[in-house]
Design a protein around this ligand. Structure first.
Ligand SMILES: [Zn+2]
Length: 249
């Protein structure tokens, strides 16, 4: 730590004999907007819950949000077995309103954690930036950067544009070849799909599915994490039945 001497004090301060008002004379206090991103299964939700735990232990109060939770009971759940209740964010939810609602109940909000943040709308990401800037709330977003076509999700794109800090999370998600897994391939019938809706909803009975698969195909739609080369080549490896797959239905 550096100890400042007299000559280091603010030369523009005409009242230099008045005690400094401490660190508040430096940068204004603002919240930070952070985005931790990585492929599926890389431990993002575990990290989200760890950060929540660390803050809560210091007596800070957080709001846990999740977008597109498939379980029906909104929660942030990690594959190591920890789960916490969360508030489901809808497509039209104003995130500033969620915070105001807490205030109106006499509760303070020190930080916000958003899981599956790639599914936020760009407008909702803007709202998070506003919460950080205007009411000094720290916002931690966790999500996947790119979709099954390797294009940025709109929410992720806006986070890349606005976040104060970007943090790749790479926790032992490997392609079958051993390289770091970076892309979530959508797989059906042993083939990497190259077209379709960005978000395949769990309602597989819907006739709106673009590639009109048979019932047998649709139940086998899953995701597999691949390195860039094998994503490009659509090469699922020698044994496609075991590698980091998530069933959608
Ligand atoms: Zn590979």
């Amino acid at each position: 730590m550096t100890v400042l001497n007299e000559t280091d004090s603010d030369p523009t301060d005409a009242l230099s004999s008045v005690p400094m008002a401490g660190s508040r004379r430096g940068a204004p206090v603002v919240g930070k907007l952070k985005f931790c991103y990585g492929p599926m299964d890389c431990g993002k939700s575990t990290l989200a819950l760890q950060i929540d735990h660390n803050h809560a232990r210091q007596g800070r109060r957080g709001l846990l949000l999740v977008r597109h939770d498939r379980s029906g009971a909104p929660q942030i759940s990690s594959r190591i077995g920890i789960t916490r209740k969360a508030t489901e964010v809808g497509a039209e939810t104003d995130l500033r309103q969620l915070v105001r609602q807490q205030w109106s109940e006499g509760l303070h909000v020190d930080y916000v954690i958003v899981d599956e943040a790639q599914f936020l709308s760009p407008e909702q990401v803007d709202q998070l930036a506003e919460l950080a800037d205007e009411v000094q709330i720290d916002v931690y977003c966790f999500g996947i950067a790119t979709d099954f076509l390797s294009r940025l999700f709109p929410g992720a794109r806006r986070l890349f544009e606005l976040a104060d800090e970007l943090q790749p999370v790479q926790v032992e998600v490997l392609c079958w070849c051993g390289l770091a897994g970076r892309f979530n391939a959508r797989v059906s019938g042993g083939v990497v799909l190259r077209a379709g809706d960005t978000v395949v909803v769990a309602d597989t009975e819907s006739s709106a599915v673009e590639y009109s698969p048979t019932d047998a195909e649709i139940t086998t739609v899953r995701y597999q994490v691949l390195c860039r080369r094998h994503f490009r080549l659509g090469d699922l490896g020698p044994s496609t039945a075991q590698h980091g797959q998530l069933r959608l239905t």
